[in-house]
Design a protein around this ligand. Structure first.
Ligand code: PEP
Ligand code: MG
Length: 363
């Protein structure tokens, strides 16, 4: 007799036959990536590289790098971080052999890496070998009133191009290692929190130079893409200007919702329940994509960018990428893929099929 798990597998294979949207996963550890692949993910749609540096042995170097007082000092820590990054990326390429792996350049809300309290400050000073006063002064200097709208995303690459140089070298060295071992890595390098085309041009130059250097040294060829996150209203409004410079656009609907509403994604919990109860919003906009606002920005961005360039791949990697109602909307918008947490991949496969079947009925 068939078990419910067999029934579920049958449902999933039906879903795969009837969907057009690809389903990728948000993952940065080999374990999550393997889980995602097992659950049917067709690649990684978002690898948040800043998460790869949270582990104890790494975070100290990351924090030291952020607190560096000179570019020589910063480079010393970047060299150490490069080895971690390279080893991590190699594992992801192995697990996702033959499938795209979208690697987002560092997008650290800086406060997550700064000392939290006095005790932490002392421990950090000790570990970087600096007087506590020095560390305190640097930390105070870097502290932001509004970190989520502050020195984040590509702004970091603009001010410290050496961080991007390190990441690109690590990604491509790992890809070259993977090729030499018979794997087919497909890196897609993604620029976070873009607001205008000049940021993309500046950072793409760094990326392309870094990629070419590694490929020349290693005498291998690796197909790679460069694309952008679409997560600020300004990026979506200027999508026609961004289009010529990118091969893919991925909607970061967490930040896009935050910036469209002016609701803090970290603090909205304090009032959103009342908003839902009083019917001031249809649903929590951080869970279900607001089609009339964020959705319209996405639609405009797709229409406008397509007008100037064909062949761009469109995806979504905010939390909405795993929400069935939002997935239906993404299907109707004509996105190429959704990317969600590994455990949501099966739900997303089914939702994508339902959306396709529903939309075909309307024809
Ligand atoms: C987003 O903003 O939707 C996104 C995917 O990036 P993050 O959640 O890491 O800011
Ligand atoms: Mg974001």
């Amino acid at each position: 007799e068939a078990s419910s798990s067999d029934d579920f597998q049958t449902l999933l294979s039906w879903a795969d036959k009837h969907r057009r949207l690809k389903v990728r996963a948000n993952a940065e550890t080999p374990e999550d990536a393997a889980k995602a692949r097992e659950l049917g993910a067709e690649g990684i749609g978002l690898c948040r590289t800043e998460h790869m540096f949270f582990e104890a042995s790494r975070i100290e170097k990351m924090r030291a790098m952020i607190l560096a007082e000179s570019s020589e000092e910063r480079q010393k820590y970047l060299d150490a971080l490069l080895e971690f990054q390279r080893a991590d990326m190699f594992e992801l390429f192995k697990v996702m052999d033959g499938l795209p792996v979208t690697i987002r350049l560092l997008d650290p809300p800086l406060h997550e890496f700064l000392p939290h309290d006095e005790e932490d400050m002392r421990a950090l000073a000790k570990s970087v070998g600096k007087p506590v006063e020095t560390v305190r002064a640097i930390a105070e200097d870097l502290a932001e009133v509004n970190p989520m709208l502050g020195f984040r995303g590509c702004r970091l690459s603009i001010v410290y191009p050496e961080i991007t140089e390190m990441q690109v070298r690590a990604i491509m060295s790992a890809a070259a290692d993977a090729v030499e071992q018979g794997f087919k890595p497909k890196p897609e390098i993604m620029i976070p929190l873009v607001v205008n085309v000049r940021e993309i041009r500046l950072i793409s130059e760094i990326i392309d130079r870094g990629v070419q250097a590694v490929l020349r040294e290693r005498l291998v060829s690796v197909p790679y893409k460069v694309g952008t996150m679409m997560e600020t209203p300004r990026a979506t409004l200027g999508a026609d200007r961004l289009a010529p410079e990118v091969e893919f656009m991925s909607f970061g609907t967490n930040d896009l919702t935050q910036m469209t509403y002016g609701f803090s994604r970290d603090d909205a919990g304090k009032f959103i329940t009342s908003y839902i109860e009083k019917k001031l919003v249809d649903a929590d906009p951080f869970v279900t994509l607001d089609q009339r606002a964020v959705g319209r920005l996405m639609e405009m961005a797709i229409t406008e960018s397509r007008r100037v360039k064909k062949g761009i791949k469109y995806g979504i990697c905010g939390e909405h990428g795993g929400d069935p109602r939002s997935i239906r909307f993404c299907h109707n918008l004509g996105l190429d893929y959704v990317s969600c947490s590994p455990f949501r991949v099966p739900i997303a496969r089914i939702a994508a099929a339902q959306a396709h079947v529903e939309a075909s009925k309307d024809d």
